[in-house]
Write a protein that binds this ligand. Structure first.
Ligand code: NDP
Length: 318
């Protein structure tokens, strides 16, 4: 019996292929010498895609080759790599991997916040480079007494807020709507939130709706003691405005896990030693990547065995 053909668009955590291989015929797009010829030949048979938010786009250029496609299973909770509008128009279901990474990314966000404020990576470099022998590491800024603004109080934002409560800091948030069951003050105007806080933690989805949400005006409102933590997507922060604000001392510092042109990081950011810059690793533990991979596979398996997906994105549920 022939097995349902699935296209993997990019290398992913091994758990995806391990779970899919016994049940489907897997085609690995990135291994093809001539991807265009491959898509011409095999594209019409493909029923499902396994893709990753970290690699390439699933847009009309790919989808036009796949007329029999039912489902796109994306690895990651953000799915700004997939043209969801087009998928919905064509009756294709899109799934992501929510829930299984919330705690991991929230733990990481607190780590990045503390590392940025207390200058932990810089202090470690001070020790390793033998500079401690010549003098103590300089005093750092602090989390004490700060007010934290969470931009995007969703699944991960709430997990961050729960952790912050344990740190005894005050919390407020911005989103498109108030959440009456949340105990924190809501700011419908992002600039007002920035003015009221001295840390912004950004954890909204990427895509056109949030592009450059964090602009020069927001950063100026955050002020000269202000700290920006971005664990969302690079596109959410106007990187040139951030560089200008940092260079002008309009904000104090930043901790960034994501960048506009990954894996390229602007030299101007690399040149500022007070920043903490990380290579998009918010969910990147063995434990959590395994769980994300399993959920990608389970969405495809459940779709083809039972006719429904486990975690369709909201646009596919309307
Ligand atoms: P959720 O969908 O649960 O939450 C998103 C939040 O963003 C909601 O509270 C929503 O509130 C708010 N939001 C959405 N659009 C806007 C907008 N235009 N303006 C203001 N607020 C908005 O998502 P998750 O918490 O699960 O994940 C959030 C994002 O984090 C992901 O999409 C992904 O891009 C990023 N991420 C990054 C990781 C990393 O490795 N650094 C790892 C995992 C996720 P409301 O509807 O009220 O506006």
């Amino acid at each position: 019996m022939t097995q349902t053909p699935i296209l993997m668009t990019a290398p992913m955590h091994p758990s995806v292929a391990q779970a899919l291989e016994p049940r489907f015929t897997l085609h690995r797009l990135w291994e093809q010498d001539d991807q265009s010829a491959f898509l011409q030949a095999i594209g019409p048979q493909i029923r499902g895609i396994a893709t990753s938010t970290l690699y390439g786009r699933v847009d009309h250029q790919l989808l036009d080759h796949l007329p029999a496609l039912d489902i796109i299973a994306s690895f990651g909770v953000g799915y700004d790599n997939v043209d969801v509008g087009l998928a919905v128009e064509r009756g294709i279901t899109v799934t992501n991997t929510p829930g299984v990474l919330d705690d991991e990314v929230a733990d990481f966000t607190l780590g990045l916040l503390l590392a940025t404020l207390r200058q932990i990576p810089q202090a470690e470099r001070h020790l390793r480079e033998g500079r401690w022998l010549n003098g103590a590491f300089p005093l750092s800024p602090t989390l004490r007494g700060r007010k934290i603004g969470i931009v995007g109080l969703g699944n991960i934002g709430k997990a961050v807020a729960r952790r912050l409560e344990g740190f005894g800091v005050s919390i407020a948030y911005h989103g498109r709507r108030t959440q009456p069951d949340m105990p924190y003050p809501f700011y419908p105007d992002l600039t007002e939130l920035a003015r009221a806080c001295d840390v912004l933690i950004v954890i909204v989805p990427g895509g056109d709706a949030t592009r450059h949400l964090i602009n020069r005006q927001v950063l100026q409102a955050l002020g000269p003691t202000g700290v920006l933590i971005n664990v969302a997507r690079g596109s959410v922060v106007d990187e040139q405005a951030l560089i200008a604000a940092l260079q002008a001392g309009e904000i104090l510092t930043a901790g960034l896990d994501v960048f506009e042109q990954e894996p390229q990081v602007p030299q101007a950011l690399l040149d500022m030693p007070q920043l903490v810059l990380l290579p998009h690793i918010g969910s990147a533990s063995h434990h959590t990547r395994q769980a994300m991979g399993q959920l990608v596979a389970d969405n495809l398996i459940t779709w083809f065995n039972h006719g429904h997906a486990i975690t369709p994105v909201p646009e596919c549920c309307r």
